[in-house]
Ligand binder design. Structure first.
Ligand code: TEU
Ligand code: CA
Length: 536
């Protein structure tokens, strides 16, 4: 049952900042916290309520900060703890909130706990990690075995991601209490909540080879809620990449029923992958499968829990390149906002989507920086040709989403005064915040209009979902509640599509990416059309 008042985080819209690539302030080519502070007007103008800040903790940066070596200090690349406090206070002064990404499933292999655990036979931290004499055959997400040998020891340690990211042993009560204290310290510091990296892996039973939603998961979640997440005003989003929709709905919706406010669900990300072969095995998206996926999500989240809607993030290729077409740049990105964010859940915008940033035109293997991409190549060359692997990397490498934010047409797109750690997209003069803001067809204006409308319509929160099948390339649905009905009509086609629309006269346009299009019984939708309508 819907709670009396609708939780604020169901109405909110979230913007993800990948700090390495958002704004450099000190000319070292690397994004930082003072840079973010200088761009808060941009986020406020978009109508963003919450900022999700990817990790800024001390880290060797093997996985760009998702390998933490000190949970209590800030990597000098990003600035100081004082800089972070200034950012948090400035965000709050604007009536916005900010959550920190935090990685509790694993640390960096340079964390003092791990260094002591593998060097000191009597280390109190040995049981903070997972060691075995006989590794099993679990494979790492980043290619290759999930086990690496401990130097000078006849044993192996477990790392579900890179060997530089040893998994923590959540069975250890001291470790859990230490992590809860860390979370509480960062809440006291001023964060309004957390994005919890791969949090559904913390219940794993390695010997039983049960990783996602493992046998200890519920117990740990209940303890996490008791010690930290008991306040339903917190904004917490669990990255539940190993969970089914119903498993995710059972642990979301905020306390007391749930643990997290909401969840990132991954079922739609597999739709352009060959079944069971993973992200690098490419396959064209079928809209009917996307419809079935989001229907399944709505079936559970309409009953219990809450979903986080996203089409991109720092791990995914750029949504415009993945689902749209650069030839229809404005139409594609605006259409995608309607298609994805008209559904049930809190919308998460990834930095650059507001200007339709696209995949980088990689040509050489040596241009990639991402450990996942590099290790995929290293483990696959020989089984596949260089060209085959490069095709997968160009389409799906995480580096596509990590090129510097394009602010204006100045050198390095206004991101930095120095050559950045990843190259700026060559089309930055055409596609940047400044130019888009003054364009007659502005993606930013479209997005802020949509978010503003969306925020004040409960139908996006409590409305039922009814898909409409006009054509295999048209993704259309209604959201209905007792007060109103909204129609989302989008085309994923590069070709115009004619369609028969019997109830066309029943709808009045609220927002479209082509105002020449009028709803009529027999009509034609231009390529990548996106329209939102309200029943008269
Ligand atoms: O990603 C978890 C995750 O599910 C990855 O498999 C991700 O989906 C994959 O890289 C997509 O290709 C989280 C973080 O978002 C990611 O940046 C980290 O590398 C990973 O955990 C390990 O911390
Ligand atoms: Ca910098």
């Amino acid at each position: 049952m819907e709670k009396r008042s609708i939780a604020w985080w169901k109405r909110a819209s979230v913007y993800q900042i990948y700090p390495l690539s958002f704004q450099d302030s000190n000319g070292d080519g690397i994004g930082d916290i003072p840079g973010i502070l200088s761009r808060l007007d941009h986020l406020q103008t978009l109508g963003i309520d919450v900022i999700w800040l990817s990790p800024v903790f001390t880290s060797p940066m093997k996985d760009n900060g998702y390998d933490i070596s000190d949970y209590s200090s800030i990597h000098p690349w990003f600035g100081t703890k004082e800089d972070l406090k200034k950012l948090v206070d400035a965000v709050h002064a604007r009536g916005m909130k900010i959550i920190s990404d935090i990685v509790l499933n694993h640390t960096s292999d340079q964390h003092p706990w791990f260094i002591d655990a593998i060097n000191n036979p009597k280390s109190p931290y040995r049981d903070y990690y997972i060691f075995r004499k006989q590794p099993n055959d679990i494979q790492s997400v980043f290619s290759g075995p999930a086990w690496s040998k401990v130097p000078n020891r006849d044993e192996y340690y477990f790392h579900f991601f890179a060997k530089e990211q040893p998994d923590l042993n959540w069975q250890n009560p001291q470790l859990r209490q230490t992590l809860y204290r860390l979370l509480k310290d960062w809440l006291a510091f001023g964060f309004d909540g957390f994005r919890l990296d791969v949090i559904d892996l913390i219940g794993k039973d390695i010997d039983a080879k049960r990783i996602g939603c493992g046998p200890h998961y519920q117990t740990h979640l209940e303890e996490l809620k008791t010690w930290v997440f008991h306040d339903d005003n917190l904004f917490t989003v669990g990255e539940l990449s190993g969970s089914t929709p119903s498993q995710a709905s059972l642990v979301t919706g905020g306390p007391p029923e749930g643990v997290f406010s909401m969840a990132f669900q991954f079922s739609h990300l597999a739709l352009d992958e060959q079944p069971q072969l993973g992200k690098w095995a490419l396959r064209p998206l079928q809209l009917k499968e996307m419809q079935a996926t989001f229907q399944a999500l709505d079936d559970v989240f309409s009953q219990r829990g809450w979903n986080a809607l996203f089409m991109g993030n720092h791990d995914q290729p750029r949504s415009l390149s993945r689902y749209g077409s650069p030839q229809y740049h404005y139409q594609s990105q605006t259409m995608l906002f309607l298609a994805f964010f008209g559904q049930r859940g809190t919308p998460f915008i990834y930095q650059g989507e507001e200007i339709g940033m696209m995949n980088y035109p990689f040509t050489s293997l040596h241009e990639f920086r991402d450990i996942e991409s590099i290790q995929y190549y290293q483990h696959t060359i020989g089984q596949q040709s260089h060209e085959q692997i490069m095709q997968s990397l160009k389409a799906k490498s995480r580096d596509n989403a990590r090129t510097p934010m394009q602010w204006n047409d100045q050198p390095f797109a206004g991101f930095s005064s120095h050559s950045p750690w990843l190259p700026v997209h060559p089309l930055f003069r055409e596609y940047n915040v400044e130019k888009d803001r003054h364009a007659s067809y502005s993606i930013q204006h479209f997005l802020s209009a949509f978010l503003m409308f969306r925020k004040h319509q409960d139908v996006f929160i409590d409305g039922t979902l009814h898909y409409r099948t006009f054509h295999e390339k048209i993704y259309a649905y209604e959201r209905r509640n007792h007060k109103t009905s909204i129609l989302i009509l989008t085309s994923f086609s590069e070709q115009p599509i004619t369609l028969h629309f019997p109830d066309a006269e029943d709808w009045t346009p609220i927002l479209t990416n082509d105002n020449h299009v009028k709803l009529t019984k027999e009509m034609e939708l231009p390529p990548f059309f996106g329209g939102m309508y309200q029943r008269k």
